[in-house]
Structures are given as C-alpha cells and as structure tokens.
Write a protein that binds this ligand. Structure first.
Ligand code: PMP
Length: 392
C-alpha cells in the first residue's frame, strides 16, 4: 500500500544498523521451558517471576469467571462496566498493600500515564529518576507540570532538584521501585526522608517488585518498612501476578480523583472477568504459598553466583532482574542468538531501551526453574560467552 514509504525507509535503516527485531512467538505456554521456532529452550526472558501465568488456582479462577460472567464486560468502568468482582478485588488489593484504597487500570503502562497526567498541573513539579520506565516518562510528557530529572539513584542530585522546586504547589518525586533494566532497588528510605524534609509526595512504580519484594510480595515500600510514608504505589498485575493490568494503591481521595480524571481509566473498557478473577486468586496464592517467593530468591542467588563465578559482569543488580553486560549492540544480539543455539532464550537489550554501548542480555529466573535447568543455562552461558570472547 502506498503512503508508508517514509516509515519503511526508517525500518530499512534499522535493519542496516542491526536494531530491527522480529517478534518471537512462543509455541507453548509460558514456563521454565518454552518452545520457540520448533525448539525447546530454557526461558530466561519472561517477567513470570512466580510462575503464576499457569498456576492451577489462577487458571481455575479464570475459567470459572468466564463460565459465570462471560468473556468481556461491554463497557468502561464509569458507565456500565464495573462488576462487583472489580470492586471486591480492589478492596482485597488495598488490604494486601496496607493502603486505604486501590484502583485497577488496564495495564501498568496506562496506570503511570493516567496518574501522572491527571494529578499534576502547571502549578506542580515532577522530579523523576533518569532511568525510570518509559510509561513514567510518557506520563510526565502528558502533564503541564514542571519537570526535573535527577541522576540515577543519586540522592545529592535529588536534593538539588528539590531545593530548586520550592515555589511549586506540589512536588512529586517518582521512581521505579526496582529498575527494569539493571535490577537495582531504589533507595526508598533516603528518598522518603528527603521528601519529608522538602514536603514532597512520593510515587513508586513497583512493576518489578510486586510479588517479589516485601512480606508476601507486598513490594518495595513494605520491603523497607515504609508503609504509610509513600503516597502513591503503582504496580503491574502482568509480571509476578501473572495476568494483566496495573494498579494504584493509595488514598480514597486519590482513587476517587482518578475515577473522575484518569483518562485511561475513564475511556477504556474494564478488565474481562477472567482477568480480575485470576488477579484475585493471585493474592490468595501470594498469601498461601510464600515458598514460591522463597524459591524465586533461592534461584536468583544460585544463578547470579553462577554467572559471577564464570566471570560475567552482572552490573548492580540486587533482584531477579539480572543483566549480563555485553556493551556493543551487535555483539549483544549475537550473544543472545548463540545462547538460543545452546538452548536458552535470553533476549538482548540495546539502545534505545538502554544507553548506547550498554547492551546486555537481560535474564530473569523464576520460581518455576529447577536447579538443573539453571545449571544447564549456566553451561550455555559459559559456552556462548567463551565462543564470543565475552568471558575468557
Ligand atoms: N513500569 C515498569 C517499571 C515496567 O517494567 C513495566 C513493564 N514493562 C510497566 C511499568 C508497564 O507494565 P504493563 O506491562 O503492565 O503495562
């Protein structure tokens, strides 16, 4: 079809530069091993931290919800699409997160967009870590608020930005709880102290910490014992929780405000019953099966220790998100391809997702992996790493 030549030109340039990526369909359910291109490989690229995507209790809850309530809801939440189960789930989530209220959005991405774009005006300022997730960046782009970016987890830089922000009505500090490309944890106690000193609000995106950090996976705020001192906790229901969606856990005031002003909430159809029922079952699993989180962390330690003893650089990771640093973009993709030949699916991440020259193969082990699978993966890393001179 004519008219898209300018787009095709850009895609061709990406192909020349080696940054064009095909989507890679799984030919099996998500799991510790998956089938890709007809080959069974160890999955190290999913966010399915606890293996909940196919947990029997989740599947059963989803199936039952479809049978009883159907496939979809037929409306946005604010018109005719709020089911009782949506409200019950939000109450349960708020209780779990130890907050006054919770509100579910269609995805983690739209949660960040919806919150940031609706609660800030030109009278306010948002102060954001430079490595925050794209959805935070896009949310900030949608506001008319002042914008200040502080150096990654650098508290001196944050304090400077707070000092410059005295004249604004509201100062909102926003940070990822766990950074998605490096796996380090935000220094939340220090952030909260600075926020209290400069009378700022704090918003944490717990996409990679929900179900991973804190008691029963309650997240970064709980992990640091900061319950009640962080104003807005945002998270996703699509990673460790294993389904789809995003949430805000905060005050009743913020919830009611977002119901009226949060555009993705207002103008997009509510979650199908199967999604909400499975998310609801996930909270039960987190409460009833804490051994899953224990296994995730045991596996994380085993795999990280193995990578380090092979001589790989895993950067500053403190969580299951473990980057294996490579540097050069095309070598990063070659490493990922070689790992695939060796039976491991671990995607390369390069510019623009990370800085130029900071290419990496990002790995995430899950609670589903056995030690044997992880050992097999380490052997594959050793062979591929040696072949490409990434380790000696
Ligand atoms: N925040 C962070 C830090 C993330 O890593 C992601 C997922 N890539 C999101 C938000 C968006 O979550 P979702 O996939 O539910 O839209």
């Amino acid at each position: 079809m004519k008219g898209f030549e300018y787009l095709q030109k850009e895609l061709d340039q990406m192909k020349d530069q080696g940054t064009f990526r095909e989507l890679i369909p799984l030919e099996s359910p998500q799991g510790s091993r998956v089938k890709i291109k007809g080959k069974e490989v160890i999955q190290l690229s999913s966010n399915n931290y606890l293996g909940l995507t196919s947990h029997p209790k989740m599947k059963e809850a989803a199936e039952k919800a479809v049978r009883e309530y159907g496939a979809g809801t037929g409306s946005v939440r604010t018109i005719a699409g709020t089911l009782q189960m949506h409200e019950e789930y939000e109450k349960k989530l708020a209780k779990f997160k130890h907050t006054e209220a919770a509100l579910v959005f269609q995805s983690g991405f739209t949660t960040n967009q919806g919150v940031l774009s609706s609660i800030l005006t030109e009278e306010d300022v948002v102060i954001s870590d430079e490595l925050n997730h794209a959805s935070i960046i896009d949310g900030i782009r949608l506001t008319k608020a002042g914008r200040k970016i502080y150096k990654h987890v650098d508290m001196k830089s944050l304090e400077e930005k707070l000092k410059e922000s005295g004249d604004y009505r509201t100062r909102l500090i926003v940070t990822d709880g766990v950074f998605s490309m490096d796996g380090n944890i935000a220094p939340l106690p220090e952030i909260v102290e600075l926020a209290e000193k400069y009378e700022a609000l704090v918003m944490v995106d717990d996409a990679h910490a929900s179900g991973v950090l804190g008691e029963n996976g309650r997240g970064t705020v709980n992990h640091f014992g900061l319950d009640g001192r962080v104003h807005i906790q945002v998270g996703t229901l699509s990673k460790a929780i294993g389904v789809l969606g995003g949430y805000v856990a905060s005050s009743q005031t913020l919830k009611e405000y977002l119901i009226h002003k949060g555009r993705p909430f207002l103008f997009s159809t509510s979650h199908p019953p199967a999604v909400t029922a499975a998310c609801d079952a996930a909270i039960d699993v987190l409460l009833e099966e804490p051994e899953l989180i224990q296994k995730l962390w045991d596996n994380t330690k085993f795999f990280k220790d193995g990578l380090k003893s092979l001589g790989f650089d895993i950067g500053i990771s403190e969580t299951p998100v473990t980057p294996v640093m490579v540097g050069d973009d095309s070598l990063t993709h070659k490493f990922s391809d070689e790992l695939f030949n060796e039976g491991v699916f671990a995607q390369g991440i390069v510019f623009p997702t990370v800085q130029r020259g900071k290419g990496r193969v990002r790995t995430i082990v899950t609670a589903e992996h056995s030690k044997e699978e992880l050992q097999e993966a380490l052997t594959a890393f050793e062979r591929a790493g040696k072949k490409l001179n990434i380790i000696s």
